[in-house]
Design a protein around this ligand. Structure first.
Ligand SMILES: [Zn+2]
Length: 250
């Protein structure tokens, strides 16, 4: 009864620590999810690049085919024209043009062969990436689901801790709560600390005057450490500890 105030604040601090732990755990899920998703994301990106390149090569192949087609038509026309030339000059001109078209066709042929080779390799690579990506996605699903389930559980736990805190602070003395909240509002997580056995602040270990130690053990008022400002409480209430003896001896 005498130590009620300090005990309540200590309980509140424990609850707040659980809440902070739960929040930290929830925060840790994002990097874990990313880590699980990363292999599939990388393969997806590689696959996207390979497919785009494949598309480009196919367009190039189509352009080359059209060019070759056009040159073949020209060669056919020249083959016909050479049969109806009227003089040597005309024959020489048609022959030269025919040679040029034949050379261009040979170039096209070589280019087409190299393109076919590139296409075949890229198609193999794309197929391989597709297999690996679908495998990675398959593995990713259950892992991600498990993590998401775990996160939902952690969020539920946090909600229930917050509800517990809301109920709990209803029973804490308003004066104590005000000091407690003021200390924590500065970003500090420790607002309450027990005296050590030899009468020092359990947080910063500066010695607490004997008179104050007895006050703390009685637990009738809020006493803060002169060194660090935490609310001091006693692990052993006045009626259980040999306060008078220690007071004389220390
Ligand atoms: Zn202190």
């Amino acid at each position: 009864m005498t130590d009620q105030r300090g005990t309540d604040l200590k309980e509140l601090q424990k609850l707040d620590k659980h809440i902070a732990d739960a929040r930290r755990r929830i925060g840790e899920f994002d990097p874990r999810l990313l880590e699980v998703e990363e292999p599939a994301l990388l393969l997806e990106s590689e696959l996207g690049t390979a497919r785009a390149r494949l598309q480009e090569l196919k367009l190039e192949e189509r352009r080359l085919d059209l060019g070759t087609e056009e040159k073949r038509t020209r060669r056919k026309r020249l083959d016909e024209r050479i049969l109806s030339v009227r003089n040597l000059r005309e024959e020489a001109a048609v022959t030269a043009e025919l040679e040029a078209v034949k050379r261009a066709l040979q170039n096209d042929e070589q280019e087409a062969m190299s393109l076919i080779d590139q296409l075949r390799k890229l198609e193999e690579r794309t197929a391989d990436l597709e297999t690996r990506y679908s495998e990675a996605s398959e593995h990713l699903g259950p892992k991600r689901d498990a993590l998401l389930t775990e996160r939902t559980e952690a969020q539920k736990e946090l909600e229930s801790l917050r509800a517990e805190r809301a109920r709990f602070v209803g029973d804490v003395s308003p004066a104590g709560l005000k000091v407690y909240d003021a200390i924590r509002s500065g970003g500090r997580t420790i607002a309450v600390s027990d005296l050590t056995e030899d009468g020092a602040c359990g947080h910063c270990f500066s010695m607490v005057p004997i008179q104050l130690r007895n006050e703390i053990r009685r637990g009738l008022q809020i006493i803060r450490c002169e060194g660090c400002g935490v609310i001091l409480t006693s692990a052993t209430p006045a009626d259980a500890a040999p306060a008078a003896t220690e007071g004389q001896g220390a």
